[in-house]
Design a protein around this ligand. Structure first.
Ligand SMILES: Nc1ncnc2c1ncn2[C@@H]1O[C@H](COP(=O)(O)OP(=O)(O)OP(=O)(O)O)[C@@H](O)[C@H]1O
Ligand SMILES: [Mg+2]
Length: 509
């Protein structure tokens, strides 16, 4: 029997941006009825390949075929029309439009007199959300949606296209366990209907769980393609990184010193309640809990980005003025936020500028010649975090997702903080760099930095923290010592009402 043509075939596809060869030899063959993982380090060229398939970028050379037919998309609309749905790593919704309008933008259902049939459109959107099992108001504006909800909108859009090929570029990075499970159900449904699915993730446990085939990329080129059952995660990592990865959780023992950050009775009506805790110099305190438990909100209030209704924050014994991030920075606080695009990174600015943006005020005050000091600072921290950028004056917007995350970390570390609060510090970062970030946090703590670490990856919290505070529904439910903090103990404390466990925070990272 002759084999059916693969749904997608890329062979030797190249794409350069000026001197940067983002894709040197993109090769990927995806069969119908298959979920195909695409893995590789930050900057390996995964998103670039996806953007060529989705018509965002035009390839320089090579072959792209859909169901055996050569294609060359001049834009995303052409790709969509050909049945290619892409959920991009950085979803871009139109803030002023409603959720429904975002889903159907450019292909609104028409009614009589070729007018847009708003009711039909809205009903379809509700139907999509119902199928996805999410509770999202189709009439609300996209502005202010969480990253998770933006992803859901993108997924709904992709499904409504009735595509033959669905490509998901790190769709799970911002999703909660329940949402991940739902997404996987949707992906499996599409596979069973004979569609082809491409899934990009840095979480190899997800790859093992969902995918049948896995392709590894490194430095813009194809390395290998195997059945998932035929390769071990360690082997995949070795192929991605080109070497063995050092221990993922290099915890350095340290003796906690003075209390640096003290939070007392912090209260924000409807968000969190009576939150009290301390972080000592040299200590890493983990804030564990389910997505939505209020951990990010607590950190934002402590830092002064959000206001709170009652309570007190002191740094080094001095009370901190509420709602004043500049005062917080001056007192030695730093917050690496969860959403780098909204809160962390000026994408239209250079890497140097981004890294030194907070620290440069101090440089100027010390009378240091700015451009030099600025470049040195940026180079130091970018180097310590292995930021891969063509040049430090490259625009942050052209960097791969994981590298953007590293720039945000570098920027806050460059301020030389006493207390570092990190919210999902390794989201979107590849395994090799993840180990480096962990080592860095550990080393800085051993040098006396007080670290508050929010992470939805339980292995990360358990691997790095000296103490774990478990947040449940806006309250600190339990405090566990490093020895007491088993996955079961944390999950029991984190889950409202039940002792049901949650695979998202249990899986190996
Ligand atoms: N528009 C652009 N201009 C210049 N360079 C770019 C552009 N887009 C991507 N690059 C570069 O191409 C390389 C590959 O980036 P890409 O985003 O494809 O990586 P990735 O594998 O998706 O990484 P990640 O896991 O971090 O998302 C990187 O070095 C990146 O800086
Ligand atoms: Mg990417």
């Amino acid at each position: 029997m002759p084999n059916a043509a693969p749904t997608l075939r890329l062979e030797g596809v190249t794409k350069s941006f000026g001197p940067v060869a983002a894709l040197r030899s993109g090769t990927l063959v995806v069969q119908p009825g298959s979920i195909h993982a695409l893995v590789g380090e930050n900057g390996a060229g995964k998103s670039t390949l996806v953007k060529v398939v989705g018509g965002v970028h035009r390839r320089d050379a090579g072959v792209v075929e859909l169901d055996g037919e050569p294609v060359d998309f001049a834009g995303p609309a052409e790709a969509k029309a050909a049945g290619v749905a892409v959920i991009h790593q950085e979803p871009a919704s139109f803030p002023d439009l409603t959720v429904t309008e975002n889903i159907f933008l450019g292909r609104e259902p028409l009614g009589r007199f070729r007018r847009i049939d708003r009711r039909a459109m809205r009903d379809k959107a509700s139907g999509l959300f119902r199928n996805l099992g999410v509770d999202l108001d189709p009439d609300r504006p996209a502005e202010g949606l969480s990253i998770a909800d933006q992803q859901i909108v993108e997924i709904a859009k992709a499904i409504s296209l009735d595509a033959r090929l669905l490509v998901m570029d790190e769709p799970t990075a911002a999703l909660s366990a329940v949402e991940v499970r739902r997404l996987f159900t949707v992906a499996r449904g599409l596979r069973d209907a004979g569609k082809a699915v491409v899934f990009i993730s840095h979480r190899l446990d997800e790859v093992a769980d969902l995918c049948d085939t896995v392709t590894v990329m490194r430095d813009g080129a194809h390395v290998s393609t195997d059945a998932v059952a035929d390769v071990t995660p360690d082997e995949l990592v070795r192929r991605m990184v080109g070497r063995d990865v050092a221990e993922l959780y290099p915890k350095v023992a340290s003796t906690p010193g003075e209390v640096v950050l003290r939070v007392e009775g912090l209260e924000s009506t409807g968000t969190f309640h009576d939150v009290s805790f301390e972080v000592r110099a040299g200590e890493i305190v983990g804030l564990a809990g389910l997505v939505g438990a209020g951990r990010s909100e607590i950190a934002r209030a402590v830092f002064g980005v959000d206001r709170y209704d009652a309570g007190r924050v002191t740094v080094g014994g001095r009370p901190l003025r509420p709602g004043d991030p500049a005062a917080a920075i001056a007192a030695g606080l730093a917050l690496v936020p969860e959403d780098r695009r909204l809160q962390g990174l000026v994408t239209e600015s250079s890497v140097v500028r981004n890294v030194s943006s907070v620290a440069r005020k101090r440089l100027a005050r010390l009378g240091i010649l700015l451009p030099d000091a600025e470049a040195r600072l940026a180079r130091d921290w970018s180097g310590r975090l292995a930021v891969k950028a063509g040049a430090l004056d490259a625009l942050a917007t052209t960097m791969s997702g994981g590298n953007q995350q590293k720039v945000v970390l570098a920027k806050w570390l460059a301020t030389g903080p006493k207390v570092l609060m990190v919210d999902e510090p390794t989201r979107g970062i590849d395994v090799g760099t993840k180990a480096e970030v962990h080592r860095l946090l550990s080393t800085l703590a051993a040098e006396g930095l007080a670290v508050l670490m929010i992470s939805s990856e339980l292995p990360e919290v358990l691997g790095m923290a000296d103490r774990v505070l478990v947040v449940r529904e806006g309250r600190i439910a339990t405090e566990l010592s490093r020895a007491e903090a088993t996955p079961e103990a944390v999950m029991r404390a984190a889950t409202p009402g039940a002792s049901r466990s949650d695979s998202r925070t249990e899986g190996a990272a």
